[in-house]
Write a protein that binds this ligand. Structure first.
Ligand SMILES: O=C([C@H](O)CO)[C@H](O)[C@H](O)COP(=O)(O)O
Length: 211
């Protein structure tokens, strides 16, 4: 089980400081969608250049033109790129094809997918690397989480790794770990804490113990 740090509400210099602070405890650094919207793929490039040994995920949430967008994110230095599960089949297959050509990985974000079980099976057959259940900020605000969805995809996904994102905190992590995803994605649960290093260290400990 791995830990991914999601950087969403930060500038590039703030992102660099955060990565420096918690690097030893995280396996993957995510350049979040809001950062890409604000700063462009330059954010991916700068983080990869500053931390060359770190696995960097570009959370582009691709919905169309995946071949081109995966190509651009790869050129910027992303190791993993996200595509939406709600996208057309041809889009997700195009993302996988381009990523494979470049030695990169695709994470499919199932945010907003209603027929989760059926879609997860379909997406799994396209050869994607990760399938991620995700409660976005808007549903987190009305008290939702993705635990049940994680159990659903764990039942039906046979090839891809499983991941979970959305509002995970130190207090809720033990329950998540119990469900055994391959990847746990945490944003505000680390970046919003006073002692980020201590929280990241504790999270890494729980994840290592539970693996
Ligand atoms: O993907 C995300 C969100 O849609 C904003 O782009 C976040 O990275 C993801 O939800 C993890 O962040 P937290 O919910 O703060 O843990």
């Amino acid at each position: 089980m791995q830990l991914q740090l999601a950087l969403d509400l930060v500038t590039i210099p703030e992102a660099k400081d955060l990565v420096k602070e918690v690097a030893e405890y995280v396996d993957i650094v995510e350049i979040g969608t809001p950062v890409v919207i604000n700063e462009g793929l330059r954010a991916v490039k700068e983080i990869k250049e500053a931390f060359p040994s770190m696995t960097v995920l570009a959370d582009l949430k691709i919905m169309d033109a995946a071949g081109y967008e995966v190509m651009k994110a790869s050129e910027a230095g992303a190791d993993i790129i996200t595509v939406l599960g709600a996208a057309e089949d041809i889009t997700i297959k195009g993302a996988v094809e381009e990523a494979k050509k470049r030695g990169k990985k695709i994470l499919v974000d199932m945010i907003g997918v209603k027929n989760l079980e059926e879609r997860a099976k379909e997406v799994d057959a396209f050869g994607v690397d990760y399938i991620c259940v995700h409660t976005g900020y808007d549903l987190q605000a009305v008290g939702k989480n993705s635990l049940e969805d994680l159990l659903t995809i764990k039942r039906v996904v046979k090839h891809a790794k499983t991941a979970i994102a959305g509002g995970i905190k130190l207090e809720t992590l033990p329950e998540v770990v119990k469900a055994q995803p391959d990847l746990v994605i945490v944003g505000g649960g680390i970046t919003g804490q006073a002692d980020k290093k201590a929280v990241a260290a504790e999270m890494k400990k729980l994840i290592t113990q539970g693996s």
